[in-house]
Design a protein around this ligand. Structure first.
Ligand code: MG
Length: 158
């Protein structure tokens, strides 16, 4: 049985924050604001996986009121999500995610992001696709006020 899931997330950009996307620290004048490391791409991926499995969302799993998740490494949280799915008898079939950001250039970092995500989930890199787009200077992403990410995945019950 195959199930499909969708995840969406947004984080605000602020000065004096690290920019972490797909577990990669990217040199940029701003970073995303959040209780964890605010890795918007990894958050969308986790929500798509949990959605596919019918297991709620990361907000219920890793509440932002919980001090243990302050500054949390989202790739470590993704590992936990992967374990939860495996425990429920699911394997990841594929993930297709899109990051929406006006700047910086994301392309040079995509290979490393795919590697981080595939290692966290224990799946082959070619099951994971990461894309990036701008919104042509429109809206909050275009004004560099924040970044968004979408993820769609399929999982299979074994
Ligand atoms: Mg988030």
């Amino acid at each position: 049985m195959m199930r499909i899931g969708h995840g969406y997330d947004v984080h605000r950009l602020e000065k004096e924050r690290n920019l972490i996307l797909g577990g990669v620290k990217i040199d940029y004048e701003m970073g995303l604001l959040g209780h964890s490391d605010a890795d918007v791409l990894t958050h969308a991926i986790m929500d798509s996986l949990l959605g596919a499995a019918g297991l709620g969302d990361i907000g219920s799993l890793f509440p932002d009121t919980d001090i243990q998740y302050k500054g949390a490494n989202s790739i470590e949280l993704l590992k936990e999500v992967g374990k939860i799915l495996n425990d429920e008898g699911y394997v990841v079939n594929n993930i297709d995610a899109t990051l929406i950001a006006q700047a910086p250039k994301i392309m040079p970092h995509i290979k490393e992001m795919k590697k981080n995500i595939s290692l966290a989930l224990g799946v082959k890199e070619d099951l994971i696709n990461i894309k990036a787009t701008t919104e042509e200077w429109l809206g909050f992403s275009g004004r560099k006020e924040g970044m968004a990410a979408h993820s769609v995945c399929t999982i299979i019950k074994i």
